[in-house]
Write a protein that binds this ligand. Structure first.
Ligand code: SAJ
Length: 427
């Protein structure tokens, strides 16, 4: 039976491995983290994703999916490792891709196919990865196949999107493209477009996330300008989007996650032409500071205040806090202080509390809803979790000291919260 080895068992690798196993292939999942492999063998997932737990559990019990400690040989090697940004440099760190390439090289046989799914700067597949794999003496496009097929799935809807999204893939030659297409054709119902130029496909993936980031930056700027005219930005954007060729995204407290704040920079890896794209990044990165200014403006001063931040996941209905705008806002407002520290440092504020019904990360100090809002001068909604639409304004009003709620995601029922006595400020 065809064996697929999936390298990297994170947000993309694990669900992809499970979906491929579910399609009837023999899948071996490998990750360099001993702890992660151990937890997966014990049946513990390191992140929350609808349906994933059950699918991993079932495919494991059926013997289709195994988690291995040593990289085995495989007909296909799928590389799904992270590509973080080098801190302070706005450049991609492709070290994990190269390391995975070395692991594949150690077991690579003639006739095997290697597919890179990670988001990378243009030129990585035919550059760094190809060189690493060819250190074996085998040639890509001759003795083995090599292709790039970037993942496009949205956290919170991973399984559905792995199975149904249209895909774009490119091999280094016709055979590589055909071999990769055969694999993806087994488990996706989406349309598969193919090319034989991986660099174009790498570029396209970055262009997609850059489009979204720049569009959100436009929405954020429009929202700030709209406020100066007394115009409701959400209403204005909804009305603007009635035009058949306009699709402005939604403003918010900033852009988080592991893709949009990073991927646009990868376009600048070998080009110094980034201009609008850089500005958009700056506009989005400055949103937490804008929200902090809004709070200061509405409260008069932030000194000795208590601010409750509602939502520290990077977006609604996920538990991932990577580059979370809510956490950025907390840092912008200052380190979390206990009330007794306030006396010690002369009463400078604000005190910041965090609430998030999805976040279980022990590194993030989340309180219960009641503790977060008790005595707060203002509450700021920074994530559009479904649960937030159910928050009780009357009960919240009873517990809070102040009456300001800044709803950066427009999730609260403005009328109900106003009726309960709140001043509701949207972004
Ligand atoms: N956001 C806004 N306003 C919007 C849309 C998003 O402020 O109108 C914010 C979100 O709140 C969040 C951030 O942007 O903080 C990113 O969220 P997202 O839902 O836009 O995207 P991700 O990072 O979860 O997933 C993106 C997706 N890319 C596109 O939609 C083009 C996904 O399809 C990709 O697979 C993923 O990046 C990836 O891994 O590259």
């Amino acid at each position: 039976m065809t064996r697929v080895v999936v390298h990297g068992l994170g947000y993309i690798g694990l669900p992809t491995a499970a979906v491929i196993a579910d399609s009837g292939l023999d899948v071996a999942g490998y990750d360099t983290s001993d702890g992660l492999r151990k937890r997966l063998r014990e049946g513990t997932l390191s992140f929350e994703e609808p349906g994933l737990d059950a699918l991993v559990d079932r495919t494991r019990r059926e013997g289709a999916l195994t988690f291995v400690s040593d990289v085995p040989t495989g007909d296909y090697h799928l590389v799904c490792v992270p590509t973080p940004m080098v801190p302070e440099e706005n450049r991609a760190d492709v070290g994990y891709v190269e390391a995975a390439g070395r692991n594949v090289a150690a077991v690579l046989r003639e006739g095997d196919t290697v597919v890179l799914e990670s988001t990378v700067p243009p030129g990585t597949t035919t550059g760094a990865l190809r060189e690493t794999l060819e250190s074996t003496g085998l040639r890509a496009g001759e003795e083995f196949s090599l292709a790039h097929c970037p993942e496009t799935v949205l956290p919170g809807n991973l399984l559905e999107e792995i199975r149904s999204n249209d895909r774009l893939l490119a091999g280094v030659d016709e055979r590589s493209t055909r071999k990769a297409r055969e694999l993806y054709g087994r488990f996706t119902d989406g349309d598969i477009a193919t090319r034989t130029d991986p660099t174009t496909v790498e570029f396209v993936k970055l262009a997609q996330n850059t489009y979204r980031d720049v569009n959100v930056a436009l929405a954020n700027e429009l929202a700030k300008v709209a406020h100066d005219y007394g115009v409701d930005s959400r209403e204005a954007i909804a009305l603007a989007n009635r035009h058949p060729r306009v699709e402005v995204h939604q403003p918010g407290p900033g852009v988080g996650g592991h893709c949009l704040p990073i991927d646009p920079w990868f376009l600048g890896q070998e080009s110094d032409r980034l201009d609008l794209i850089e500005r958009a990044r700056e506009v989005n990165d400055a949103m937490p500071s804008y929200v902090s200014d809004v709070l200061g403006e509405e409260l008069g001063s932030l000194e000795s205040t208590k601010i409750a931040i509602l939502g520290v996941a990077y977006k609604g209905n996920v538990e991932d806090t990577r580059r979370s705008p809510g956490l950025e806002l907390a840092m912008e407002l200052g380190p979390r202080r206990r009330s007794d520290d306030l006396l010690a440092d002369g009463g400078r504020g604000p005190e910041v509390t965090l609430y998030d019904p999805h976040v279980t990360d022990i590194g993030v100090n989340v309180a219960s809803y009641e503790d977060a809002i008790r005595g707060a001068d203002a509450a700021v909604v920074t994530t559009d979790h479904d649960e937030f639409t159910e928050l009780d304004p009357a009960e919240t009003k009873r517990l809070m000291a102040g009456d300001l709620v800044v709803d950066t995601k427009a999730v609260l029922d403005r009328e109900a919260w106003s009726t309960a006595g709140f001043a509701v400020r949207r972004i």
